[in-house]
Structures are given as C-alpha cells and as structure tokens.
Ligand binder design. Structure first.
Ligand code: FAD
Length: 435
C-alpha cells in the first residue's frame, strides 16, 4: 500500500506523461515525489515538445470503449482544468483521404455522420470553403472528407507540458533535470523488485515506488518484451508573414490521413508546422523482420529526410500551393513508441511489484496530458478501472515474433515503415539550426 504523506515516488522522464503523473500525484497529496530527466523542461527529445498537437473529439452516446471514454475525459479536462485550458483551441477539424477504402475507413472511425456534426466535403471548392479565402488555394485532387465545427481542435503542446511540470513543481514535486544528474542509466533492481534509479552521475535515487515514463527511451531501461517500438515521425515549419499569420488564425485542423496535417501558425513565431503522413521511421531495422532482440534507438535530429520534405511539399501543393516552395525554418524527427495494438501500456510490472509503467503513447498520447497521470497514479494505487486495466495491461503475448516493419494501420508515404539507417548523409535537409 501507498501512503501519500510518506511513500517516496520516483518518476523517470518529465515529458508528456511524466509531468502529468507528477501533477496528479501532488494533487492527490503525495509529499515525496521526484522526477528525473536528462533535459530541462521542456525536454528537447520529448514528443510533446512541439507547437501543436491534435485533440480529437470523442463520440458521445453509446460508445463505451476505453479509447472513447479516455478522449471524452481528456476533452472535459482541456475545457475546465486551469492548468491546461489556456492551451486548448476548439477550432474544429477537416478530415480527409483520397483512396476510397481509406475514405470509408475514416468515415467509420470518425463516426462522420451529420447527426455527429460532420458535414461532407466532396469537391475542391467544398474543402476551400472550410477556411477564409486565400488560405486553401489548392486543387485537392481526389480528396473526400468531412468538416466538423466543434469539440475537437488542437493544443499548444509545449506550453501545456511546461504548465503541467511547473505546477507540479510549485506544489512540491522535486524536478532533477539536466545531464548527467537527471539522466537515468539504469533502474535499481533488488530482490526481484525495482527500488529507484541510478543517474549518469552515479547517484542512487532510491524510492519505494518507481514510475517509468521515458517514452521512446523506455526500452533502453527495461526489457519491454518487444511491446514498445520506438518509431519516429517528421515535422517541418515554415515562416509566415504577420499578415498571413492573421489570416490563418483560428483555422480548423486539416488532416488527410494519407498526406499529412497542419494547424494554424504558432502565435509567438508565426511558424506553420506541417507533418507529412507515413507509417513512421525506425532506426537500423533488423535483417529478419521479427528479430526479438531488436530495439529501435531514438536518434535525436533537427533535420528530416529529403523524402519527408518531398511529402510535406506534395501535401502543400495539393492544399496551399502558394506555400509549397517556401524554405523550412525548422524541422525535426519526433519519437513516440508504438505498442502492437497501439493501445497504451499503463500497468504494474508483472515481476517488479514496485514498478509502474506509463508508456506506449502510440502516436496519440499527447491529447491525454491533462488526465493520463491520473490513470497512472490509479494504477500505482491499485485502483485503475477494470476495463482500462485490461486494455492497458502488460501483454507480451501480443508482441511474440513482432513484425517490426508492420504499418499498424498507418497510411501515407510509401505505405512502409522506413529506416533512418538507410538515409544517407546527403539525403537529409540542411536547415540552419536555431541559436
Ligand atoms: P515523451 O513526451 O517523449 O517523454 C519522454 C521523456 O523521457 C522525455 O522528457 C525524455 O527527455 C525523458 N527521458 C528519455 N530518456 C531518459 C532517461 N534515460 N532518463 C530520464 N528521462 C529520460 N499525440 C496526440 O495526442 N495528438 C497528436 O496530434 C500527436 N501528434 C504527434 C506528432 C508527432 C510528429 C509525434 C512524434 C507524436 C505525436 N503524438 C500526438 C503522440 C504524442 O506526442 C506522444 O504519444 C506523447 O507525447 C508521448 O508522451 P511520453 O511521455 O510517453 O513521451
């Protein structure tokens, strides 16, 4: 059992889920919480260190699935929790695809009916009309989709992450950030259990409970039995003028599941972020698809492969050709970690009783930053809702002979998982790094 006033708790990783967990712990009265991270908040390698992320809406009514409940609870928190509310922009969304089978799949996954507030978009003009004149100037070749005006939108990810971590700190959480003192080299394994972590400066941070929230880096610290595949996506920014930034303000999110997505330019730098859609990159994939010893290593990089630059520009040519040739002002690869079924992995470790895992964002882990820490703490306290406990359980049986190249339902690009190891030095962008 845990006692908020005495139990010592160590969180490994102060990214999206780690900062949320720290916040939920102090809000529940925990007095002895420490978080370790090799980077100052916001960590340069956190998947959440980004200007924006999409927050989709849940389906009200009869959909009682865990994933739907989680989205509804997160949306409520974005709307009401003062720590997160300022960063939520309920702008609505335009979703689209081009291949008929993908259009159909999108229709089903979004429940894109008029009763749910979805307006069908069939022609280029329909798409252009979803935004002010001068924004969408493209021909939208073959696009079909839907517009939805409320509920969903986007969040300023970096600011929400910093807000959570700073509030946790204000309420008493101890943040140990920076390298080497925040960089965990290994967990402390003792008597079959985990008793904290050892940082790169040699310090032993002993704790009665340890919570692993190291995102794509978790498999470096714990044998995940192939349940986590660190996978990277690519993002690029282009600089907008002040007038353009004004015109682009309050736009709905535009997301084509085969091409990519964008949200409005960020208010501070007037930069428009674009992600090209593809099944992701791993690093040095094994020769044999199901090599069980393989761990994709998250390499940090502020450049993207030229193939991705091409993907971004192709997307712009179809939607906003007036921006298609503009140079990138910033780009980076962004690592998340996929479970085989792309469900979260929030569970007690089956062998190490004092270790709780909060990993497996699987490309949709940011939208839950206001609430996910609550589930992780519930799990540590042994009172996680039964259906969540089952859905997010330790499930190595789903990763036996895991095919590391599986696209797992993702679309776009070459419809294949790519390998950064295959990208030659001159096949990367050469964007001037920021000072
Ligand atoms: P992170 O936020 O990456 O945190 C991991 C932390 O662990 C980092 O702070 C890191 O510094 C720290 N760490 C690493 N190694 C160590 C160590 N040795 N010791 C201590 N600490 C360590 N989700 C959405 O909901 N909507 C979206 O629109 C969306 N878009 C995305 C777009 C891209 C390009 C990517 C890559 C992801 C996107 N996601 C989105 C997914 C979402 O960003 C992630 O699921 C979520 O941020 C993962 O949170 P995390 O805490 O697990 O990992």
């Amino acid at each position: 059992t845990v006692d908020p006033s005495t139990t010592s708790i160590l969180i490994v990783g102060c990214g999206t889920w780690g900062s949320s967990t720290a916040l939920h712990l102090v809000r529940r009265g925990y007095k002895n919480v420490t978080v370790l991270d090799p980077y100052e908040v916001p960590s340069a390698i956190s998947a959440g260190n980004d200007v924006n992320k999409i927050v989709e809406q849940g389906h009200r009514g009869e959909d009682a699935s865990v994933s739907n409940r989680v989205v509804l609870e997160a949306t409520k928190a974005w709307e009401t929790d003062p720590i997160f509310k300022p960063y939520y922009h309920a702008t609505g969304v335009v979703v689209a695809a081009t291949k008929p089978e993908n259009v159909q799949e999108l229709y089903e996954s979004e429940h894109a009916t008029p009763e749910n507030g979805y307006e069908p978009l069939k022609t280029a003009e329909d798409f252009r009309r979803t935004m002010p004149e001068g924004v969408l100037t493209g021909e939208f070749p073959g696009w079909k989709g839907w517009a939805k005006k409320d509920g969903c939108g986007w969040v300023h990810a970096r600011k929400a992450l910093v807000s959570a971590a700073m509030e946790a700190q204000r309420l008493g959480v101890k943040l140990v950030t920076g390298s080497p003192h925040g960089q965990v080299g290994s967990l402390i394994y003792e008597d079959g259990d985990v008793k904290g972590a050892i940082t790169a400066d040699g310090k032993h941070h002993r704790a009665e409970r340890t919570i692993l929230c190291a995102g794509a880096n978790a498999p470096q610290l714990l044998d995940m039995k192939n349940q986590l595949r660190p996978t990277a996506w690519t993002l690029a920014h282009i600089k907008m003028t002040e007038e353009e930034a004004k015109l682009y303000k309050d736009l709905p999110v535009l997301f084509n599941v085969e091409r990519g997505f964008f949200m409005e330019p960020d208010a501070d730098n007037h930069e428009l972020k674009i992600c090209d859609e593809h099944p992701g990159y791993c690093y040095e994939l094994p020769q044999s698809g199901d090599d069980s010893t393989y761990v994709s290593r998250p390499i940090a990089k502020h450049q993207i492969p030229l193939v991705s630059e091409q993907g971004v520009r192709d997307f712009l040519r179809e939607t906003m050709p007036h921006l298609a040739e503009r140079p990138f002002s910033h780009a980076r690869v962004c690592w998340c970690a996929d479970t085989p079924d792309r469900g979260y992995l929030i569970t007690s470790h089956p062998e190490h009783a004092s270790l709780t895992l909060g990993v497996g964002g699987s490309g949709h882990g940011f939208k839950v930053i206001p609430t996910v820490g609550g589930y992780i703490v519930d799990c540590m306290e042994g009172k996680l809702d039964e259906s969540m406990k089952h859905t997010w359980r330790w499930r190595p049986e789903t990763a036996v002979r895991r095919d590391w190249t599986a696209v797992q339902g993702r679309m776009g690009g070459s419809y294949k998982v790519l390998d950064f190891g295959d990208v030659k030095e001159d096949e990367w962008t050469t964007i001037k790094p920021r000072l």
